[in-house]
Design a protein around this ligand. Sequence first.
Ligand SMILES: [Zn+2]
Length: 329
Amino acid sequence: MYEVPRKFPTTVVGSYPKLPPASRALKLRKKGEISGEEFRRLIEEAIRDVVEDQLWAGVDIISDGEQSREDMVVYFAEIMEGYTPGEWVKIFDNVYFRKPIIIGPVEWTKPMTLEDWKTAVKYSQGRPVKGILTGPYTMLEWSFDLHYGDRYEVIMELAKALRKEIEALVEAGAKYIQVDEPALSTRPWREEAEMLGEALKVMLSGVEAKKIVHICFGRIEKILPYILDYPVDQFDFEFKNSDFRLLPYLKEYGFNKELGYGVINVHSLQVETVEEVKEAIDRIMKLDILPPEKIYVDPDCGLKRLPRDIAKMKLKNMVEAARLAREEW
Ligand SMILES: [Zn+2]
């Protein structure tokens, strides 16, 4: 088994650029022109290459690159019971997505991420692969509910359903489980943060794996005091893209869980240099917030919007910077 470095382990948040076999598989499936077997074959080819890129860069804890997920909510809604495809909704200038509709009790009926996770494990040469799923808050926020009529009830039912996915991953051997909650920071209020905390208890209590919550962008400092007692081992936040604005707040609130420390800008084509990433690591160390054992070095968010060669280089420089930091701290 691969030994993850004790200090400044490196990891990824999850998504990776869609590689050609995966794009092809998804396109053909949309048109109904592909068999289940052929779809799996193409996805496996893509995941193998994603894993190889991460191994080449030297990342310690890797992912399957979410190659079969076109969208982080729709993907799960299409497999879970209780959902029906919805209308197209505009989320950014030119980005539309189909907001799924809850029309009945949400239920987990079969594993949704397990097969891709297993495929990544097959090629990972013993490096741990994170099990990654979209959290109940984001599933709630980015769907329409026509069945429950009560947000608290929806989120708790989603949490129960998603817990089964986590159990399937852990049963198969996943040692790291990450719940992605990009939607939380779009409503950075105490009640919202506390509601997710309750849902996470349902989802994660007693789960024997390292438990991580990833929250992207937004004003995390506003909710920080209300999320610190979440039943997780690690919070993963972006820092690079907001010029490390959150660091003093971590200090102020006595943050003492593990931290996924985002040091790579996933919206910029410019590859961070080794020195630049090393400086970012020095910066948090000088503030004396956490020991190096609790700092996981990773990109701000998923890498899916970058060209593959840039994503690869960014990871490689990040890994090299973490290696240098280990010698120093
Ligand atoms: Zn993110």
